[in-house]
Design a protein around this ligand. Sequence first.
Ligand SMILES: [Fe+2]
Length: 620
Amino acid sequence: MTIVHIETKNHQLVVSQFVKLFRQLLAKAKNDCFETKGKTFLTEQLMYFIRRSQPIEMILPGFPCKSPNTNSKVFGYLPDRGEEIALEYLDNFCEQVRKFYAPGCKLIIFSDGTTFSDLIGVSEETQDKYNTTLKNLIKVRHISWECLDSFFSSQNGYDALREQLMSQYCSLDKQQVEAQIQNDEQIRQTYQGLKNFLFQDNPWTNSNYPKTKKTRLKQSGEFAKIMIQRNDALTKLLSEKFPHHIRLSVHGHNNSGPKFAVHVLPNDYRCITPWHNVVVKTSDNQEIMMKKEEAEKLPLTALVKRHQQPWYFLQSTEEIWSECELEIINPPKTGIRITYKGNDNQQKPDCSRLNSKTLQNLCLEYGFVVLRGFQVDSKEHLVEFSSLFGKPVIWDFGPVHTIRPKERPDGYIASREAVPLHWDLSMPPSYLETSGRYEDFTPQFFILYCHKAPANGEGQTTVVDGRRVLENAGSTKVEAWKQIEIDYFTKLTYYGGKKHSYPLIMQHPITGEDILRYQEASSSKLQTFELSSQSLPQQDFQQLITELQAKVYDDSCLICHDWQQGDLLLIENHYMLHGRTAASDLTDDRELWRVQLLPHSLPQKSISDISKKLDSNKVA
Ligand SMILES: [Fe+2]
């Protein structure tokens, strides 16, 4: 009896936690009935899974294909940032459930384009490309995919698929639909909405389509009635095939059940979909959706591309952004390049003209930012620009480290050799160690400026996205890594000189996220970099290093930046690791200037002190 009581109590706890989370997912209607009716309906559905200790299952028809209206609504026929955010958001909802309900939560996305793509003039090929790209867009943990092909033969094309759906599941004939439109206010509104959508979105390029606006409107009305019939059939099919699944919808509902309207953007609570809109990231870093033609009218925006495809609009507060081209370097989210595209005859614009808050947000999101085509006049100018992102670390040679090969190098940094992966200020000299706490002496950002570029394809700066490494490793491995601490030692050059120990996984001092803190060994004759650990037996430690090396050098995590003269790199030092590839005799004069930045809130020397310390001839 006691056991039953505890089970019931636990079940109720899971239900109440799920409902609390689910409320945030709901797109609320004016006549919303979730609290009065929908919650009871949802609770019964939840109990079906919870009593059996099964994953909670949900289904969402949607993600059909892009609207063919590329003039005013969307960028093109392939998924973009809108779909990416929506999938991340839905997958993350399921992940949140897993944290309080061990069996977890699964979501089926039923890609429903086939039910109406012919009515808006989208070809089978275009629809297939959208779906294939969508499934490979991000690494999802809890989402699976279904479509009509799962239940009917697609051997004879999509027309045949639709015929099978309609013959087996549609119970509404055309007269019944027309009667509903006459007598039911809600159906009438749905009909009008579909009619407008079909009229606007259909490109009407087929020679069989009517030529005049009046006849196209009439045709859209006929198509809308067919759409209502097909939607009826699809609803019945899904109820039969997925009788216990919680039924989500991207269309407005009063949320009394069985259908629950959800929003697919974290901060946009409307029933608005990525396949009819584009994403705008506002100057306060919020992502919202709107029609492309509306976004194009916004001031101070830049277009962000991914694989040369328009991805989203970025809004800032500076005019210069609209003269820049932005490209994500290693999708989905490692590195972004900002290239000034203004008139070549003009002088390059001062890098400080880019709003530092927007740059900082981009750096936090993508791990590092490349600025190309901007002016840096001097080391003083670089320090002034860098100071927008934090307080420069003042070494005994000043805030700027000039990195170029020496004739007699005292270590690999001042040579043409490769530099092993590390994070900056991992081996601080005593005078920079301050309290000894990682967060007090480790810069959050650092900037590299290319004063003289190396020969093509060598002397590249290597950047590893530690977030991606952890994602690839998976949560079980990351938890195991949290038990490991690694000891590092290198001789004193301008840094090093004593052993420093770091847990392999630490927490980001500002966001609290897990971060990878791994440095690569070096057996260079100029300077060794040694690793050891008290946490593991020697053999296990060697296996760990082999595994880590494979993971950090994985193509999905590593970028080799080919320097061009004048390039600036802004790197987030907690998320990322970096190093350098070796250079040949051709690269005698590679010269980078580096400034490291601690958060503004930490006590540091003032900027007026810094300029006194600048020594342009110093090569550290
Ligand atoms: Fe470094």
